[in-house]
Design a protein around this ligand. Structure first.
Ligand code: SAH
Length: 403
């Protein structure tokens, strides 16, 4: 929408004077901050699409480092300046009028990009893709994005958001997309309803009431008021189905994506090398050719498979799961200890509420790995049921009820 159009001006009026221009709270910003690794003393930090700057203030106060606050709307940059002065934080906040997708920083120079309720303006994928080269090798993006919380939304919510924000995706889709674009998920959480009401929808509702009589003679304003009311009333009814999710992402050279059938050869190679490195005491029962056929003809048709690739695009690990069961999770022995197993496991967790898997009793490393990630042993066998006749253990993981 053009910034000087009547529609945009009407939108600004409906949102006039709000503490925030989207859902959020100081507590949510602080929680997100507490989940991040420590920053360098000289860290370069942006708050992009800062609006009136409430998150900027929390960042400056908590981090005690300079925050460059960027927004395309000059009114918000002025408000950010005023808010910073009132809080005595002008020395730490540098308000800048500009476009969040056109930063002119040197490559690998930014430590942290913060962006609450704004990334949708330029597109989640577009923003992550554009910012990545500017981030320091372990740089971080912390952003909130409207996301589906259910795979079966009501037709009411679906209809509204398909018109208002057709690019909206589920949490697992957004995380997978980020992983594919070269970011590891550090954490994510859904903002509570209070983040929508306290500093956003309640004052917004108040504005729509205040503007009711004026909008009688102004159809453009009337439409903006009606849209805001429709959005608030939908949230009242369907707030369990969608929400703002805080995504904490760290730049990574390793990417994760859905496997393609052409990856069969590489997957078979990782299966073989990883299996023999982890379990040298177990004899190999199949030839390399049999491994390849097995992956292509049996694993692919029956499993969801995700591969991890290094910067050179080589497959360094994969996970295969179906029917709430992890059938394979293997990492190339030359590429372990980089968190890839955990990232692949987290993809499986995002796709399931419950997971089971078998490990051999002799594979103590695997047991430690799974136990540290919420899996519990539920059954032991003497191995008569598996191909190798090795005693094994069945593990189970269940998602938190309130994730
Ligand atoms: N972070 C703030 C504002 C969110 S509203 C908060 O949580 O309250 C989205 C903000 O993004 C608006 O202030 C809007 O002016 C700004 N914006 C939209 N497109 C932008 C762009 N391309 N570059 C910079 N800011 C942009």
């Amino acid at each position: 929408m053009a910034r000087d159009s009547r529609e945009f001006q009407a939108l600004l009026r409906v949102h006039e004077g709000l503490p925030r221009q989207g859902p959020g709270s100081a507590e949510a910003t602080e929680l997100a901050l507490s989940l991040l690794p420590p920053l360098r003393r000289q860290a370069k930090i942006y708050d992009l699409g800062c609006g009136p700057g409430l998150a900027t203030i929390v960042l400056a106060k908590k981090l005690q480092r300079k925050i460059i606050a960027v927004d395309l709307t000059p009114e918000f940059i002025e408000q950010t300046s005023t808010n910073a002065e009132e809080k005595g934080l002008s020395h730490l906040i540098e308000p800048r009028h500009g476009d969040m997708i056109e930063l002119d920083d040197q490559p690998e120079s930014i430590d942290l990009i913060w962006s609450e309720g704004a990334i949708y303006c330029v597109g989640f994928d577009n923003a992550l893709h554009t910012w990545r080269p500017l981030l320091h090798s372990s740089g971080i993006v912390a952003c909130t994005e409207l996301s589906w919380l259910t795979s079966t939304p009501s037709s009411k919510a679906l209809e509204f958001w398909q018109a208002a924000y057709p690019a909206m995706r589920s949490v697992k889709e957004n995380i997978l997309r980020a992983e594919q674009l070269g970011y590891a998920r550090i954490n994510h959480f859904t903002l509570p309803d209070s983040c929508w009401w306290d500093e956003y929808y309640s004052p917004l509702l108040h504005n729509t009431e205040r503007l009711a009589s004026e909008s009688k003679d102004d159809p453009v304003l009337a439409r903006a008021v009606a849209n805001a009311r429709a959005e608030i009333s939908l949230f009242h009814e369907c707030s369990r189905e969608y929400g703002y999710v805080f995504y904490l992402l760290q730049k990574s050279d390793i990417t994760i994506e859905r496997a393609q059938i052409d990856d069969s050869q590489d997957i078979a190679r990782v299966l073989r090398t990883s299996f023999s490195a982890a379990l040298p005491f177990i004899s190999i029962l199949h030839t390399r050719y049999e491994d390849f056929n097995y992956v292509r003809d049996q694993l692919f048709p029956t499993n969801q498979i995700f591969v991890a690739r290094d910067a050179g695009c080589n497959v360094i690990g994969y996970i295969a799961f179906n029917d709430e069961r992890i059938n394979h999770l293997y990492i190339d022995p030359a590429a372990t200890r980089q968190g890839t197993g955990t990232r692949l496991l987290n993809i499986a967790k995002l796709h399931n509420c419950k997971l089971r898997l078998w490990t051999f009793q002799k594979n103590e490393n695997a047991q430690r790995f799974y136990q540290a990630r919420g899996f519990y042993p539920i059954k032991e066998t003497d191995g008569s049921g598996n191909e190798e006749h090795e005693p094994d253990i069945l593990y189970e993981w269940k998602a938190d009820l309130y994730r």
